[in-house]
Design a protein around this ligand. Structure first.
Ligand SMILES: *Cc1c(COP(=O)(O)O)cnc(C)c1O
Length: 284
């Protein structure tokens, strides 16, 4: 039986109580993070939690815990749930109050929930690659906030799944932005292209690790948007996220990319990423 954290208490999941008046439930009025656990240790936790602080600031929620306190909570969940490989989920809502769109009074405290999940690295997808389906990006203009409001993402992922694809390739009017829960990269003539970190995408921590690895490996990166049409013509394509790591893309809308196999630049980055995990865990 897994242990959850809520507002300072560790409770069995079956005994967790959340108010029906929680603004997360009514409005998706909150923010969240997913932090990977390898070898029972948090991976890039500080980067994720600093982004949580930024997301919360952008929607004017003041977090009741510091980054260090969140790290302690996450480590407690890893220990009590005996997680070796998996992730920590943390969400903060604006709190529980009778339903009204405007913020409640300052006496209403944010509600913090966190739990740990055991799940292995997605070896199959990482090794063989996956299919993408292009979907129009109809989300709002603050995609830089990791908000609980995920309807646009949910509908896109569902559309991809119904087409037997693992992820949606989101585009605004033909310009590729990101995935429903991942960042997209194309490789052409040895150069990596990815959408710049603007309000139109969530600047993934894995994205930032990959950009750092590219620099170290001497791979040129151009942070410029590209079109859906250009995507189809890339030599290689991949996407990144905390749980997906670096997942190769072998087809887009049924058209094969890099002959339907993970490309060489993608493989090189995957290898560098796997080697980087113990270094980052050791704080190097
Ligand atoms: C979380 C998320 C990502 C990936 O971010 P990571 O920090 O690498 O996990 C990308 N896009 C969206 C929309 C996301 O919600």
């Amino acid at each position: 039986m897994s242990t959850y954290f809520k507002d300072g208490q560790y409770t069995k999941q079956s005994e967790m109580k959340i108010s029906v008046d929680d603004r997360g439930y009514y409005f998706g009025d909150g923010v969240y993070e997913v932090i990977k656990v390898y070898n029972s240790e948090l991976f890039t936790a500080r980067e994720h939690l600093e982004r949580l602080v930024q997301s919360a600031n952008k929607i004017k929620i003041s977090l009741p815990y510091t980054v260090d306190q969140f790290i302690d909570i996450a480590n407690e969940l890893i220990a009590s749930n005996q997680i070796t490989v998996g992730h920590i989920y943390i969400q903060v809502t604006r709190g529980a109050a009778p339903r009204a769109h405007q913020f409640p009074g300052t006496e209403v405290m944010p509600v913090v929930v966190a739990y740990a999940v055991s799940n292995p690295r997605p070896v199959q997808a990482i090794t063989n690659g996956v299919a993408l389906k292009s979907v129009e990006d109809v989300r709002w203009l603050r995609c830089d906030i990791k908000s609980l409001n995920l309807l646009g993402n949910v509908l896109a992922k569902q559309e991809a799944h119904e087409a037997d694809c693992v992820e949606a390739l989101l585009h605004r009017n033909g310009t590729v932005t990101e995935g429903s829960s991942s960042n997209m990269f194309g490789v052409k003539n040895g150069v990596i292209y990815t959408h710049p970190a603007t309000n139109l995408i969530l600047n993934g921590i894995t994205r930032q690790v990959v950009l750092k690895l590219c620099k170290e490996q001497g791979i040129e990166v151009v942070e410029e948007s590209f079109s859906l049409e250009e995507s189809m013509d890339m030599d290689e394509f991949f996407f990144t996220s905390t749980t997906a790591e670096i997942t190769p893309v072998t087809s887009i809308d049924g058209k094969l990319i890099s002959k339907g196999e993970p490309g060489l630049v993608t493989l090189k980055l995957q290898e560098a990423f796997t080697l980087e995990i113990p270094l980052i865990l050791a704080g190097k």
